[in-house]
Design a binder for this molecule. Structure first.
Ligand code: SF4
Ligand code: MG
Length: 315
């Protein structure tokens, strides 16, 4: 609710604050138990920062995060540790997030050690079982991350996130680094695991095609703000925001008959989040921009039941 994260920009020899980047600027949304909420937008739109704020890996400048009945921002370190068991993160680049000097078994046991789950023998058994669940084998336990393919490594990353039996998983571009042929395997695995373990997902991606495949609802972010949020079918069939429209028309369509070098529908560069445009931050690239858009920031509100948008065209 009202989440903000401003990073200071420092300059000069004394490193004084010369400005700030509004990475997340007044974002509010709710995630329902058992659903997948997709968060999309171009790089730098604040989607990863939002994910980290939810897990309190970084502290919010303003706003609150509630997980079930607990206000995450105000929890003590001990309480926070307890709740971390229930909220896990899957990273984009599994190789960078897996310790190269540890065996898979060691990597997967670590969360159990940190959260004091099970005895040594039980832990070994849990590793064995989880490897099977993510489509790997028992004998993989003794190997090191570099001995696996990208897709297998992401399975290890997913297994690690599952070790503590979380309720919520924030997946930050979990398939972006993988070959297209491997992407759908990993997405299907995530879907299966969701059913099996009653998981709730926040799925972060820059690719609407990927998000469409897995999400129940989708939120679109632009320069630190949510601009549209709706059921996945609504977002695609009844798009309200010109930015979402532009993102949709840039979804690559796997059709050999079509010209692959379609023009960049968005045009123009993403403005710097350190110096976002006044009014509607999208007005510098919006084909439908009006005078009011340059001056007044549109309010994010419910236009139709469950369909939220921030755009003067819909006020
Ligand atoms: Fe375009 Fe104006 Fe809507 Fe912004 S508020 S998306 S500039 S029409
Ligand atoms: Mg990111």
């Amino acid at each position: 609710e009202g989440l903000k994260k401003y990073f200071p920009i420092t300059g000069g020899v004394f490193g004084r604050k010369v400005g700030e980047v509004k990475a997340v600027d007044d974002v509010s949304f709710m995630v329902r138990k058992g659903e997948t909420l997709g968060l999309v937008g171009e790089s730098g739109c604040g989607k990863s920062t939002t994910g980290r704020l939810l897990l309190r890996l970084i502290e919010a400048t303003e706003g609150t995060v509630k997980f079930e009945d607990k206000e995450v921002n105000t929890l003590s370190t001990t309480e926070m540790k307890k709740i971390r068991r229930e909220m896990q993160l899957i990273f984009q680049d599994p190789l960078a997030s897996l310790n190269p000097r540890q065996t898979v078994e060691k990597i997967l046991m670590e969360p159990l050690v940190v959260h004091k789950i099970g005895e040594k023998n039980e832990r070994k058994q849990m590793v064995k079982e989880i490897l099977e669940v993510v489509g790997l084998d028992e004998y993989h336990a003794k190997r090191y991350p570099h001995q696996f393919s990208g897709g297998q490594r992401q399975r290890i990353g997913i297994a690690r996130a599952l070790m503590t039996r979380p309720k919520l998983i924030i997946a930050d571009e979990p398939v972006s680094a993988l070959d297209v042929s491997i992407q759908s395997q990993v997405l299907n695995l995530l879907k299966d695991l969701q059913k099996k373990f009653s998981l709730t997902y926040i799925f972060i991606a820059h690719d609407l095609g990927v998000v469409r495949h897995i999400s129940d609802r989708v939120g679109v972010m632009y320069l630190g703000r949510l601009v549209e949020l709706a059921d996945v079918d609504q977002i695609f069939a009844n798009t309200l925001h010109p930015y979402t429209e532009a993102l949709l028309s840039s979804v690559p369509i796997p059709d050999p008959e079509l010209d692959q070098d379609q023009e960049d529908v968005l045009g123009g560069e993403i403005p710097s989040p350190a110096n976002p445009p006044r009014g509607c931050a999208f007005h510098t690239r919006c084909p439908l921009a009006m005078d009011v858009c340059k001056e007044v920031r549109p309010v994010f509100k419910e236009k139709e039941p469950g369909h939220y948008v921030a755009c003067h065209l819909h006020e």
